[in-house]
Design a protein around this ligand. Structure first.
Ligand code: FEO
Length: 402
């Protein structure tokens, strides 16, 4: 059968040999409406080296792309920069087919891969700062623990100035354009931000340290080759500056009001709060969780300074769709937020207490009193909601000017 897949040249010695997943719509809870790619790279060095592999069902596509450059059995080394299964799922099957001389991973990567595959295959650990000779060129390793797993590392091909950055600088975007500069900047920013918010956000302090660590190497990086989405070969400052901004999470003049409503009472309150915030000059995103996915909420929260959450009470609890988004947000650890909780009830009213408790666990600074109304908000309650908006707006202004 004809090989429909081609490798794409990334630099003098590096080819993209990954796979395009046009169909994936959920990545461990993160909705991916535009699919994804699992990037692997072939380094045509003295020791022919494959950097990362792909999700298991895509192995044949990857090997077909390799075959467009060289017989896969000629691969000498495989480097696993990240052991999550979207990059390692077919690793041992590839080893079986290709029979490389050696496979390398970070110390934690070796442990993870053992826990994933339960195989006796001997993977060589490499340390932070170690250099691997590929014969006529070198590959340097840098541990980047928790971007995105404890095993994660970057590899740097000095000869071509290519940094293989695994999950960092990636995005879930299925395209046949292989380079970021072939795509519109607003699309890149949105997709990279959504990816950062849903995957990288909890590790923001580590991101800032990793950016410093990379800068301190003095490496003359020309290309970022991530494990998802397009390759960055022009204006690397664009994505570096965005990563700095997202990792710092400085207070911004934007509020996200997210709510779940049963009989529109909580919705009326949400709208009153949002209108008031807007009158006070705050940019507002009003999101009914019945209409948007949790991934979109965390994308909006990434650029916000305030998070205001509301829910009706159902069976002594918040509505389940609100519990879903709060659990998700808590896990992603957005920082430097102020906020408040509001909601409605018929006879008990636990939703607001529950929301407030989660905001506290998230270390959101609660700057306004909660508002909880029995059945339908009358004029006085809606005025309280407007007042809540004013309080949040004033506090946001203070924090931004600090
Ligand atoms: Fe793309 Fe953390 O795996």
């Amino acid at each position: 059968m004809a090989n429909i897949y081609s490798a794409i040249k990334v630099s003098e010695h590096v080819y993209w040999v990954g796979a395009i997943d046009w169909s994936i719509r959920d990545f461990h809870g993160y909705t991916t409406p535009h699919g994804s790619t699992y990037n692997a790279y072939l380094v045509m060095a003295g020791k022919i080296t494959l950097i990362d592999t792909v999700k298991a069902p895509f192995m044949d596509e990857m090997l077909a792309r390799v075959a467009s450059v060289v017989d896969p059995s000629k691969i000498d080394y495989i480097v696993s920069n990240h052991s999550e299964q979207d990059h390692s799922g077919c690793l041992l099957e590839v080893v079986d087919r290709v029979k490389p001389e050696k496979v390398f991973a970070s110390v934690m990567g070796v442990k993870n891969l053992k826990d994933i595959f339960h195989s006796d295959y001997n993977i060589q650990p490499v340390k932070d700062g170690e250099t691997l000779s590929l014969g006529n060129m070198d590959l340097k390793f840098m541990e980047t623990r928790m971007i995105h797993w404890p095993d994660s590392m970057f590899s740097y091909l000095q000869k071509d100035g290519v940094l293989f950055s695994q999950d960092a600088f990636g995005m879930h975007l299925a395209t046949l354009e292989r380079f970021a500069d072939e795509l519109p900047a607003d699309m890149l920013e949105y997709e990279a931000a959504t990816y950062y918010a849903n995957i990288v956000l909890p590790y923001s302090p580590v991101v800032l340290k990793a950016l410093e660590k990379v800068a301190a190497t003095g490496w003359a990086i020309k290309i970022f080759a991530p494990d998802h989405g397009p390759v960055w070969r022009k204006d690397l400052g664009f994505i570096i500056d965005l990563y700095k901004k997202w990792a710092e999470q400085k207070p911004a003049n934007k509020a996200v009001v997210v709510y779940a409503t049963m009989w529109h009472s909580t919705e009326m309150m949400a709208k009153a709060i949002a209108e008031s915030l807007a009158r006070e000059g705050v940019r507002v995103k009003l999101l009914s969780i019945n209409d948007v996915h949790r991934s979109e909420v965390v994308y909006e929260v990434l650029g916000a300074g305030a998070l205001i959450v509301g829910s009706s009470t159902l069976n002594n609890n918040m509505l389940p769709q609100m519990a879903d988004v709060m659990t998700y947000l808590k896990g992603l650890k957005p920082a430097n937020l102020i906020g408040a909780a509001f909601g409605s009830f018929g006879w008990s009213g636990e939703s607001v207490k529950g929301l407030e408790a989660i905001l506290k666990e998230m270390k959101v600074d609660i700057v306004a009193e909660t508002i909880s109304v029995k059945h339908v908000p009358a004029k006085d309650v809606l005025e309280k909601c407007s007042e809540l908006g004013k309080v949040i707006a004033a506090e946001l202004k203070k924090r931004i000017s600090r």
